[in-house]
Write a protein that binds this ligand. Structure first.
Ligand code: ADP
Length: 511
């Protein structure tokens, strides 16, 4: 079957008229292959197999499921060179960026394997009638959990939420991005090789309609992607009354206070803004610098930007690779043009690098920016570093919060206590002090957004417990039980009054 390619306006992979999706290397434009979009019926058949396999998977010990996932993590670690190659050819990112995906996924797997057995164990809770009643909560998996994931971290974002879902006893169906399907299939093949049954982890391929069919069939949906699609998925999930978690867009602020170490702040800002060429939901996208150090900071960050190595070459020392899609490239240029038309200055970069590949773009530093410009208000997903001068920390916090998104944030300061206090005043899911994005690399910390950045949390106990429904079980131990048609008796009333006094006057007993 010959795929007929649609005009390449947005992605380097496009849907043909015969529902075939071509997958390309964004650096060479070579075709990596094509996938056929699965129909709703095909998706339903996959989910039915996942449903059938779920009780046996849930019946295994939590520790056994953890053991299999650790075995998979070892296989992935062993085959990391192949994983890195697949990520690079699918996205055009630098080798270290691809390695980070493997490393963070490995850390997350170890974290959950070490903690999940304890968090999923039945919990005994206080009962109203101690001794007589035993109250316990059991963690039951939802059943089949669905995952819809994006192209920017085709390994990490595709798999990271599946780990806790599987450990919790769900079977999973993943629809990876149509732009980067082969990275996910590589990781899932290794899961099967590790001994996880085929029907426990399955893939479906396709774009929006395949994703929608998945939302319509599963018992829980975890989505990572754009805010517009997240909204559609949430309303579809609401119709079906299934749970969902949404990790969506961001426009992350970074504040540089006057007491900050300028070298650390300037280099750290570039790390946050240029990671994956800025194509990260938690990318540093707008920078507020206190007036007294503004000029010195601008000079410093230009110095560091000159040292950034942009290249398609192999080698862990390359700082930045290509953008993945035409859409991001065009939006990056549009945001620069909009800012310049409104008075911004490009003080470094600002151009494509066709000599390196069709989708390479220079790290670009802008000054004289303000909130009338798209570059300070809308998500760019490109290697832009817009710097805005602010009067003081108060103005920085106000501007940081003046946005529809609230995913991550950063503050650079020498006063760690003050930094932490200011952090809690930022409307975001997390804040890094004197670094960027490390909250995401720390699996014990819940990660997710407020406002239009989403709902629900990945990582931490929160990221595991979203994949279970608590089931409460109360046992009457039949102490002094006798047949009765009402709970009323003078004795019961006396017991209730006594318990009330105990609760009020002896709160330390916590009954
Ligand atoms: P981006 O293209 O910027 O990654 P999207 O939110 O469009 O952001 O895509 C993220 C994932 O959501 C991809 O796997 C995509 O195929 C899927 N998707 C897009 N539209 C829908 C939809 N209406 N329903 C379900 N999944 C969708």
């Amino acid at each position: 079957m010959v795929a007929v390619e649609a005009p390449r306006t947005q992605f380097q992979s496009t849907i043909s008229t015969r529902e075939q999706i071509l997958v390309r290397n964004p650096v060479t434009d070579d075709i990596l292959g094509h996938i056929e979009a699965m129909t709703a019926e095909q998706v339903q058949a996959v989910v039915a197999r996942a449903k059938a396999a779920q009780p046996a998977w849930a019946a295994r010990q939590v520790k056994e499921r953890c053991r299999l996932l650790l075995k998979w993590a070892d296989l992935l670690w062993k085959h990391q060179a192949a994983a890195i190659q697949r990520i690079r050819e699918a996205t055009g990112k630098n080798a270290f960026g691809a390695w980070e995906e493997v490393a963070v996924l490995d850390t997350i797997t170890h974290y959950y394997a070490n903690h999940a057995p304890q968090w999923l164990a039945p919990q005994t809770r206080r009962s109203v009638l101690p001794i007589k009643h035993t109250a316990r909560v059991y963690c039951k998996p939802w059943g089949v959990a669905g995952f819809i994931t994006p192209w920017n971290y085709p390994l990490l974002n595709a798999i990271q939420d599946m780990i806790p879902a599987l450990i919790a006893g769900n079977t999973v169906v993943l629809k990876p991005s149509e732009v980067t399907p082969y990275v996910a299939s590589f990781a899932v093949d290794l899961m099967h090789e590790a001994g996880i049954p085929r029907d426990v982890v399955q893939l479906v391929y396709g774009a929006a309609s395949t994703g929608a069919a998945l939302v319509d069939s599963v018992d829980y949906i975890a989505f990572t992607g754009s805010t517009a699609t997240g909204r559609r998925i949430a309303s579809r999930a609401a119709e079906r009354l299934i749970g969902c978690s949404l990790e969506l867009g961001g426009k992350d602020p970074l504040i540089v206070l006057a007491d900050a170490d300028l070298d650390l702040a300037a280099s750290g800002t570039l790390v946050g803004a240029l990671e994956n060429a800025g194509q990260v939901c938690i990318s540093t996208e707008r920078i507020y610098v206190e007036a007294p150090i503004y000029d010195a900071f601008v000079a410093k960050i230009i110095d560091y930007a000159k040292q950034v190595v942009v290249s398609p070459a192999e080698g862990m020392e390359i700082h930045m690779g290509s953008l993945t899609n035409d859409r991001e490239l065009e939006r990056t240029e549009a945001h620069i043009a909009d800012a310049v038309a409104k008075g911004a200055k490009v003080v470094y970069g600002g151009k494509r690098r066709p000599d390196l590949g069709p989708r390479f773009f220079e790290p670009t530093i802008l000054t004289n920016v303000d909130h009338s410009m798209k570059v300070m208000t809308e998500e760019t997903f490109g290697p832009l570093v817009p710097l805005m001068k602010v009067r003081d920390a108060e103005e920085a916090i106000r501007l940081a919060n003046d946005n529809e998104y609230g995913l991550s944030a950063a503050i650079f300061t020498a006063d760690l206590r003050r930094g932490e206090q200011l952090a809690t005043r930022i409307d975001s899911g997390d804040v890094n002090i004197n670094t960027t994005q490390w909250t995401f690399g720390t699996p014990s910390l819940p990660m997710g957004g407020v406002k239009n950045s989403g709902m629900g949390r990945r990582n931490g106990p929160e990221g595991l417990l979203r994949f279970v429904r608590p089931q409460s079980v109360l046992v009457d131990n039949q102490l002094m039980s006798k047949p009765q048609l009402s709970l009323y008796s003078p004795f019961n009333i006396r017991v209730a009054m006594l318990l009330r006094r105990v609760r009020r006057w002896l709160p330390m007993l916590r009954i």
